[in-house]
Ligand binder design. Structure first.
Ligand code: SF4
Length: 389
């Protein structure tokens, strides 16, 4: 697991800022102004340092270990693992906290644009418990971040909190992605609850590769409202889903496999197939054992070994209905073999780990493994190495 933040020593002239990390090769090709670049010289020998290069107006300079550089330069010395950041990444300097955060990692499949800490749902298993804070400043922050992300980036998720709470700000963020990252698949993770009737229509044709991931936890309002701990949420989410369809948006339904949802999972699959025919993909997801989930472990945890038959029936219902289906966050050894083709390595690399039992496993390279914060209470009794010839 590679952390997203590290301690750092920053010289007094290093300002709080978002910067694109470049080595000498990247710098030669970059169109960004010097002030938005952090020059990474950690792999250069001190003898190769050029004073005239260092004097350019860099946002930051990361010198080679042991090199003597002028104290007037905006120097950053990172602590922690050497691979914590590399050329192509985007970093945020925090001189007051003596930290550097990594806001984008080149080549990482799990990059996100974090929209807000606020949410209007209060899901039992929320991995990012919402906070009622004024954070509209994030809109401008995201607009600046998007400019620093590689144009070739294959995919980004816009997440939170609930991104639609940004209102027009979310439209602006997606529009910025359309300009700066037109080839990137942008996936908005939203609870889908329609509050502003005009909002969803504004996304029509806004970005050439935009989709939405919306959770639905039951085929009955009482079940969904209970899981998201918000009265009226089921009705609002359905209105939101139809509004997205009216705006010709691509929609994925996300179902976290927790005990209450599993009780009617097959009925939910049938409900999606019958009532939401525009849904292009359904993700059935193992729970992430963090945030609110920890406080509700007894209510939520179900061992995949105990719901194999239900899961297989739900997958079959969706697949036969012509809806693409994937299994996220589930380990191959806990699944019926017939479901292996649906299992996806979905956990972001920075929070993905394996257990000692996995060392001898011959399918480890294909298996999605675990969240780094998994504990025995969240581990299936079926976990054991698969020994294939
Ligand atoms: S033993 Fe580990 S690597 Fe192998 S299938 Fe199970 S969880 Fe995956």
């Amino acid at each position: 697991m590679l952390p997203l933040e590290t301690k750092a020593e920053l010289s007094p002239s290093a300002k709080a800022s978002l910067l694109k990390v470049v080595d000498l090769g990247d710098f030669a090709q970059s169109r960004l102004p010097f002030e938005r670049l952090a020059l990474d010289l950690r792999n250069v020998t001190p003898r190769q340092l050029s004073e005239s290069l260092l004097q350019l107006p860099w946002g930051a300079v990361m010198p080679p270990p042991g090199a003597a550089v002028a104290s007037t330069l905006p120097v950053v010395h990172l602590r922690g693992a050497p691979g914590i950041c590399k050329p192509g990444d985007v970093v945020e300097l925090n001189p007051t906290g003596h930290k550097v955060a990594i806001r984008y990692r080149r080549g990482d499949a799990g990059n996100v644009l974090f929209a807000t800490e606020r949410c209007n749902s209060y899901c039992l298993m929320c991995s990012q418990p919402p906070r009622e804070v004024e954070d509209n400043w994030r809109i401008q922050h995201l607009l600046e971040l998007i400019e620093l992300i590689d144009r070739e980036e294959p995919s980004l998720a816009i997440t939170g909190g609930e991104p639609t709470l940004l209102g027009q700000g979310l439209v602006d963020v997606v529009r910025k992605c359309a300009t700066a990252l037109p080839d990137t698949h942008v996936h908005i993770l939203s609870n889908g609850r329609l509050r502003d009737p005009g909002l969803h229509a504004q996304f029509a044709g806004l970005h050439p590769n935009l989709s939405w991931g919306v959770p639905l936890y039951g085929d009955h309002y009482a079940l969904h409202d209970y899981v998201v701990q918000s009265e009226g949420a089921f009705a609002q989410t359905l209105r939101g889903l139809y509004a997205l369809d009216a705006a010709e948006q691509r929609v994925e339904i996300r179902v976290v496999l927790v005990r209450p949802t599993l009780e009617r999972l097959v009925q939910l699959a049938r409900y999606i197939w019958r009532n939401l025919p525009f849904v292009e993909h359904v993700a059935l997801m193992g729970i992430e054992p963090i945030g609110f989930a920890r406080a509700h472990q007894r209510e939520l945890w179900a061992d995949p070994a105990d719901y194999r038959a239900v899961l297989a029936a739900a997958v079959e219902t969706l697949a036969e209905g012509g809806i693409s289906v994937s299994l996220y966050n589930l380990q191959l050894c806990t699944l019926d073999r017939s479901l292996w083709p649906y299992a996806v390595q979905s956990i972001s690399p920075w929070k993905n780990d394996y257990l000692p039992a996995c060392e001898a496993c011959t399918v480890r390279r294909r298996c999605g493994g675990f969240f780094s914060w998994v504990t025995p209470a969240w581990t299936s009794r079926a976990v054991s190495p698969v020994l294939e010839p």
